[in-house]
Design a protein around this ligand. Structure first.
Ligand code: ZN
Length: 253
């Protein structure tokens, strides 16, 4: 306990990564020894919320495990990348992941690495995808929002997405050729599944976020995967199964 250090950021007190891992190993014993002014592990977990996604081994951070946590704050859904690892570079890595999520997903980021969508809703499936892609992005690459278009390798055509406002989008093809393979339909369905969007009635290729708020950056990110939803789903399944091998402390939240 004597070696433990803590840092205070605003109203919430956090343990630095190394002591946190130590606390998890001995959390029952330490919980009993805690002083009145010490932030308990329960309080830390309460602040973090529930774990909604996990990268068990981050190759860009000495194979540390990094997770995305989610909590509710006054009706708004907050997300925060966090790690209980004491490996070097973790703090910088978490900051990079959070910034990447903010840019690629059009999220609002605060000083505590908490993120939220402008609408305040969770868009959980989309946010999990955003987290995974943000961790995957090469740290040497620039962080730039994706375009609202994607090249279809199977047809050589380009699929475009137009924002109609109020969270509604229309998909179209760049060329005027007949869409024999229904690639627009595939992309539309892909977006519906990946982002939990809903199809608009009266049009095959019109979709909307149910919150009624535009999320252009987020939609553009999902679009890169929309033509290959199966492999995206496989990747999530693989990560989930590997997550079983993560630290017991991480599994309980
Ligand atoms: Zn929204």
């Amino acid at each position: 306990m004597r070696d433990l250090q803590r840092e205070t950021r605003g109203p919430v007190t956090f343990w630095s990564p190394r002591p946190l891992e130590y606390i998890f190993v001995n959390q029952r014993q330490l919980a009993g020894e805690r002083c009145a002014d010490v932030t308990t592990i329960e309080e830390v977990l309460l602040e973090l919320g529930s774990r909604v996604e996990l990268v068990p081994m981050d190759a860009q951070c000495n194979d540390a495990s990094i997770a995305l946590y989610s909590s509710l704050d006054q009706g708004e859904r907050l997300f925060r990348p966090h790690s209980f690892s004491n490996k070097p570079g973790v703090a910088e890595r978490l900051e990079h992941v959070a910034k990447t999520m903010a840019v690629l997903g059009g999220m609002v980021l605060d000083d505590h690495l908490r993120l939220k969508f402008p609408c305040g809703e969770g868009h959980l499936q989309a946010c999990r995808r955003l987290f995974l892609d943000s961790v995957k992005l090469d740290m040497n690459d620039p962080i730039e929002p994706r375009p609202l278009s994607v090249d279809d390798r199977k047809t050589g055509d380009t699929i475009l997405v137009h924002s109609n406002g109020s969270g509604e989008y229309t998909l179209s093809k760049e060329s005027n050729e007949v869409d024999e393979r229904n690639r627009l339909g595939v992309a539309t369905l892909g977006l519906v599944k990946l982002g939990e969007l809903e199809k608009c009635s009266g049009s095959e290729n019109r979709i909307r976020f149910t919150c009624g708020v535009p999320h252009d950056e987020l939609l553009a990110l999902l679009l890169t995967r929309a033509l290959d939803v199966r492999s995206a789903a496989r990747e999530i399944d693989a990560l989930a199964s590997r997550g079983v091998l993560s630290a017991p402390s991480a599994q309980s939240v």
